[in-house]
Design a protein around this ligand. Structure first.
Ligand SMILES: Cc1cc2nc3c(=O)[nH]c(=O)nc-3n(C[C@H](O)[C@H](O)[C@H](O)COP(=O)(O)OP(=O)(O)OC[C@H]3O[C@@H](n4cnc5c(N)ncnc54)[C@H](O)[C@@H]3O)c2cc1C
Length: 421
């Protein structure tokens, strides 16, 4: 069966890979000249199985109000006259109820654990290199109050089968000695030794190359302008190439992996995808002194900033902004990340050569991705991965390939769409 995967970010390329492995004849279409040039380009690099809790949790509404209007706010809401933005925001607030947060966390945790296993298996099978490190993630708490809640987090993670151990300040410094230069008020940490980090862009490009060698066809520079349906079936996509020529592509089945842009394309089909872009920033800097630069991936839980060593570079990412589809760089928000870097690792990197980047997380209100069957018989979804698309990519894609092959995925507690078995 010929399957057309729409989108060549980390989600689309992993989907193409697992579908090809399952015996499907696969093509991929993307408007960019190569794979992973949009949100999967310069993310935080974390395979963060130990962070399944969504942003929509009971502490979020108060934080959003507290930070409202602050240019350096970790989470910033810029209201627009946009019905989709308000609908998403109200749905987000509903997901902050404690019982919903618990349910969503459990769903993400079980998919994340599976995804970690799939990523390790894929790496062993293909041997692809992407500046990955298996040194765990250390979550840092800079106030005693926040640290006092870390024990409960560790217990919750243990219940999902995720190892994370509570660490004193000294233990944090022993795990990541580079913290010594700027640990400041560090109260303590939570260390997840089985988490990983790596460059999602390099991974996606390398996997796309392997997939092409395995027979997957990639149509780059091809923008999808419309999706056509007849009755309950999707029958083609209308496309435009870089020279402005139009045409159409057809297949027996389609998988939508278009990041933040899928919602508008399927709306005319009567399909509602609750996805809204949540903008984030990253800075990538060359190292000056590797000894003083962290190699354990870090999450500053107080500032919502993450950092990952990617070979001879350090990637620092953070901030979330509900501001439509704007991907321009706001210097104040990048500066907040650079200030963090200089404060925590003074002089360790060359911040004068920082590469600034902004991307749009394709976020559902509860951060649970949409995986499974749409309302049309031959259209499938693997999209809406929000803050965790890199972490969840391999698990989501292998589950989707299983569903399309008629198999029940080995992930319990996850609400696959269409509930196929
Ligand atoms: C600042 C930041 C930090 C992050 N850090 C992490 C992290 O540490 N760990 C983690 O797990 N996740 C992280 N994420 C989230 C992760 O990067 C995303 O969830 C993931 O990249 C989404 O992948 P995707 O393939 O769904 O979307 P994309 O990578 O955006 O891919 C969608 C593809 O669809 C194509 N497309 C869109 N519209 C059309 C069209 N009309 N026609 C043709 N092609 C089209 C695009 O060109 C693109 O290639 C972070 C995100 C950001 C912004």
């Amino acid at each position: 069966m010929h399957v057309l995967v729409l989108g060549a970010g980390v989600t689309g390329v992993t989907t193409a890979w697992y579908l090809a492995k399952a015996g499907f004849d696969v093509s991929v279409v993307d408007r960019q000249p190569e794979a992973a040039l949009e949100t999967s380009y310069a993310n935080g690099g974390q395979i963060s199985i130990s962070h399944p809790e969504p942003w929509a949790n009971p502490t979020a509404p108060l934080n959003v109000l507290r930070w409202f209007g602050r240019e350096d706010a970790p989470l910033l809401f810029r209201p627009h006259a946009d019905a989709a933005q308000w609908a998403w925001t109200f749905a987000f607030l509903r997901e902050c109820l404690p019982h919903r947060t618990r349910r969503n966390t459990a769903a993400i945790a079980s998919l994340a654990v599976h995804s970690g296993e799939r990523l390790r298996a894929l790496r062993a099978e293909t041997g692809i290199a992407y500046d990955h490190l298996e040194r765990g993630i250390l979550h840092l708490f800079f106030t005693p109050e926040e640290f006092s809640r870390a024990g409960a987090k560790a217990a919750e993670l243990a219940a999902y089968g995720i190892e994370a151990r509570l660490c004193s300040r000294d233990e944090c410094l022993a795990i990541e000695p580079a913290l010594a230069g700027g640990a400041g008020e560090l109260a303590g940490g939570l260390y997840a030794p089985h988490d990983e980090s790596g460059d999602a862009f390099r991974f996606t490009q390398a996997l796309a190359e392997r997939a092409a060698q395995a027979g997957v066809r990639f149509h780059y520079n091809t923008t999808i302008t419309r999706i056509d349906r007849t009755g309950g079936l999707m029958n083609s996509i209308e496309v435009r190439d870089a020279e402005g020529r139009t045409g159409s592509l057809t297949a027996s089945a389609y998988v939508l992996c278009l990041g933040s842009y899928g919602r508008a394309l399927v709306a005319p089909l009567g399909e509602h995808l609750p996805i809204y872009p949540v903008k984030g920033y990253s800075v990538t800097v060359p190292l000056r002194d590797p000894q003083r630069t962290p190699s354990v991936s870090l999450t500053d839980e107080s500032r919502r900033i993450v950092c990952s060593r990617l070979g001879d570079r350090l990637r620092v990412a953070g901030t979330a902004e509900l501001n439509g589809y704007d991907t321009s760089i706001n210097p104040a928000r990048c500066q907040a990340i650079l200030d963090w870097l200089e404060m925590r690792f003074p002089g360790a990197t060359d911040t004068t050569r920082a590469r600034l980047w902004a991307g749009l997380r394709p976020a559902t209100p509860n951060n649970v991705p949409l995986i499974g069957k749409s309302g049309l018989l031959n259209l499938w979804y693997n999209t809406g991965h929000g803050t965790l698309g890199w972490t969840l990519a391999c698990g989501s894609a292998s589950c989707l390939a299983g569903l399309m092959s008629g198999r029940r995925p080995p992930v319990h507690n996850f609400p696959f769409l269409g509930n196929e078995a």
